[in-house]
Design a protein around this ligand. Structure first.
Ligand SMILES: C[S@@+](CC[C@H](N)C(=O)[O-])C[C@H]1O[C@@H](n2cnc3c(N)ncnc32)[C@H](O)[C@@H]1O
Length: 313
């Protein structure tokens, strides 16, 4: 897979915003591919205590100088972090550098039709919004492991993640695809046709919350197996409440962007979206109606599994 089309090369560091931008990009990557290194570089650049420590090969530099770039590259040979809290011992976890991420992408099995959609979307406005191939592969696998028949996606854009899911659904399966942008939906529909999955996809054009409420009103509560949420971040708690009504006990609800470029972990970042996602993460952490797993893939995904009432499972 051509990683250059994903903008994975030529990274630079913008210390003031503490995010990493690919060169030639005016915006932070929404589907961020290298969270751990962001935290590492950001914390070093600002000389602040961070929640992670970077080991060997990436110390002592300031932003925008040559040493920095060399050091980041050097780090790629030994990219790991260790929790600051010593009660976690010296457990080393991977810090995904561009080099490691290229390797991960090279090990994704991406169906040809998804590759075509990804490449067409890459040149479109908002192209960075589509989930990464490794995320899509995980979503599809979760749906398969779960034996999902009925799925919902909130935030379809041009259809990459919904198509990845629809492709693995059985012929009798269905996916409700909620999206408010008609133009991107046209691209999605073109690819559902191309992949011969249109008969499995029920497109809901409009506000996702309205679509979810109408599914509940039409008697579809507790009938869904799998949901993926990747739309307006300030609505996550509301989507969660609606989807919790729609999925069966044991059903999965997956939320994207829960690490929000690492900003949720930085108490000094308090813009509305960051605060909203941070509050959502806290709320989910305390919510006994679901079991959870926060996974550092892409920009961070939380997988929620609906429990029996009274926490019996
Ligand atoms: C991050 S993109 C989704 C990317 C998609 N999952 C993919 O892999 O290509 C978010 C999408 O959510 C849509 N969206 C945002 N707010 C929405 C809302 N309230 N109702 C429906 N769609 C919404 C946006 O138009 C945008 O296309």
């Amino acid at each position: 897979m051509g990683s250059s089309s994903l903008g994975l090369h030529h990274w630079s560091v913008l210390a003031s915003q503490r995010v990493i931008l690919p060169q030639n990009s005016a915006k932070p990557l929404q589907k961020f591919h290298s969270l751990s290194i962001t935290v590492t570089v950001a914390s070093i650049a600002t000389s602040r205590a961070s929640s992670v420590r970077c080991h060997r090969g990436c110390f002592g530099f300031t932003p925008f100088n040559r040493k920095l770039r060399k050091s980041v590259r050097g780090c790629a040979t030994n990219p790991f972090v260790v929790a600051n809290d010593e009660k976690y011992g010296n457990k080393q976890v991977i810090s995904i550098t561009p080099q490691v991420y290229d390797y991960i992408l090279a090990n994704v099995r991406e169906p040809e039709v998804l590759r075509q959609l990804r490449e067409e979307t890459a040149s479109m406005r908002g192209g960075q919004m589509q989930v990464s191939p490794d995320q899509a592969q995980l979503l599809a696998m979760l749906a398969q492991i779960h034996g999902a028949e009925k799925c919902i996606e909130v935030g379809v854009y041009t259809g990459y993640s919904s198509l990845a899911t629809a492709l693995v659904l059985p012929e009798s399966g269905s996916l409700v695809a909620c999206e408010r942008d008609g133009r991107s939906l046209e691209v999605a529909k073109k690819y559902y046709d191309k992949a011969n999955v249109s008969h499995k996809v029920r497109v809901k054009y409009g506000l996702a919350a309205d679509a979810l409420r109408s599914l509940i009103l039409s008697g579809e509560a507790c009938s869904y197996d799998f949901a993926f949420v990747d739309a307006d971040k300030r609505m996550y708690q509301e989507y969660f409440e609606l989807l919790l009504q729609l999925v069966k006990v044991g059903g999965l609800i997956v939320f994207d962007n829960v690490l929000w470029h690492g900003k949720v972990a930085d108490p000094e970042v308090n813009d509305a979206k960051t605060v909203s996602i941070r509050n959502f993460n806290t709320s989910i952490m305390q919510d006994k109606r679901v079991s959870i797993s926060m996974v550092p893939i892409g920009d961070g995904m939380t997988i929620c599994r609906k429990r029996l009432p009274h926490n019996k499972s």
